[in-house]
Design a protein around this ligand. Structure first.
Ligand code: URA
Length: 242
C-alpha cells in the first residue's frame, strides 16, 4: 500500500487532501525526516503532525456511551462518532457499532472495522452474553426471572419467542439482565411485558469483557489483545442456548 492510500484509508483526508498534507511536510518518520509520497517506512515509524498513526485494520474500540447520543452516523442530533477523533468516521473499512444501544442507554459499546468479529460477537451461538443494569420505575414483582428465562416470552408485535434470558434482582427496583441476543429495545420491552418500566439502562459487560471502572462516560480506548481474549473467555461457561 502506498503512503497516500494508507493515510486516506485511516481517515486523515481524501487522497487529494493527503497528497497536500504530505506535500506540506505533515508526515514524517520517527526521527522527524519529512516523508514524500514515494516513501513507505513501517507503520510504527510514521508520524502525522508528530503523532503516531492510528492502528491499521482490524481496529476495535470500547466506548463508555453516555446518555443522549445515538449509534447511527446519519442521525441529525448527537452521535457516538462525535466522541471519537473525526478521522475515525472516514476510515476504510469503517468502524461500526457491535449491536446498537438506544439513545438513552449508557455503558459498554464496541465499535469495530472487522465484520467477522462483529458477527461473531452478536451471534447468539457465540454465547457472548450482554449484561445490562436496569433501574425500574416500580419494585420487581418477583415473576420476572422465571418469565425471562422461560424461552416463551414473545414481545409486542413479534412472533418469535425470546431466547432465555437471565434476571438477577440487586435491589427492589434494580436488576441485572443477561441477554443472548439483541432485539430492538429488548430490555425495555421485556420489562414492559412484565408490567414495569425501565427508567435507566446501562450495559456493563459483553462476554467476559467488563466496562472498565476507569473509563469515564464519553471516553473510549482501543481494545487490547487481553480485552479480545476476555470477550470470548466466558463463552464456554455460558452455553445455555442450543
Ligand atoms: N435493550 C434495550 O432496551 N435497549 C438497549 O439499548 C439495549 C438493550
Amino acid at each position: 500500500m502506498k503512503l497516500v492510500k494508507l493515510l486516506a484509508n485511516l481517515g486523515y483526508g481524501s487522497r487529494r487532501e493527503v497528497q497536500r498534507l504530505i506535500g506540506s511536510g505533515a508526515v514524517t518518520d520517527d526521527s522527524g525526516g519529512v516523508l514524500g509520497e514515494g516513501d513507505f517506512p513501517p507503520h510504527d515509524q510514521i508520524r502525522f503532525r508528530d503523532e503516531p498513526l492510528d492502528p491499521l485494520f482490524p481496529l476495535t474500540l470500547m466506548l463508555n456511551k453516555p446518555d443522549g447520543c445515538t449509534c447511527s452516523a446519519d442521525d441529525p442530533g448527537a452521535v457516538i462518532y462525535d466522541l471519537l477523533p473525526e478521522r475515525f468516521a472516514h476510515r476504510n473499512p469503517g468502524l461500526n457499532p457491535v449491536g446498537r444501544l438506544d439513545k438513552d442507554t449508557t455503558g459498554l459499546l464496541l465499535l469495530t472495522d472487522d465484520g467477522k468479529l462483529l458477527h461473531k460477537i452478536i451471534h447468539p451461538k457465540s454465547h457472548c452474553l450482554k449484561v445490562y443494569h436496569a433501574v425500574l420505575d416500580r419494585p420487581l414483582a418477583g415473576h420476572e426471572a422465571e418469565l425471562f428465562a422461560s424461552g416463551k416470552l414473545i414481545l409486542h408485535n413479534e412472533t418469535k419467542p425470546l431466547l432465555p434470558a437471565g434476571c438477577e434482582k440487586i435491589a427492589d427496583r434494580e436488576a441485572l439482565v443477561t441477554l443472548h441476543e439483541g432485539r430492538y429495545h429488548q430490555v425495555r420491552r421485556m420489562f414492559a411485558a412484565a408490567g414495569n418500566h425501565v427508567t435507566a439502562l446501562k450495559r456493563i459487560s459483553i462476554g467476559g469483557l467488563k466496562l472498565p471502572g476507569d473509563l469515564a462516560e464519553g471516553e473510549w480506548r482501543a481494545l487490547t489483545a487481553e480485552d479480545l481474549a476476555a470477550l470470548f473467555a466466558s463463552t464456554e461457561a455460558h452455553k445455555l442456548v442450543r
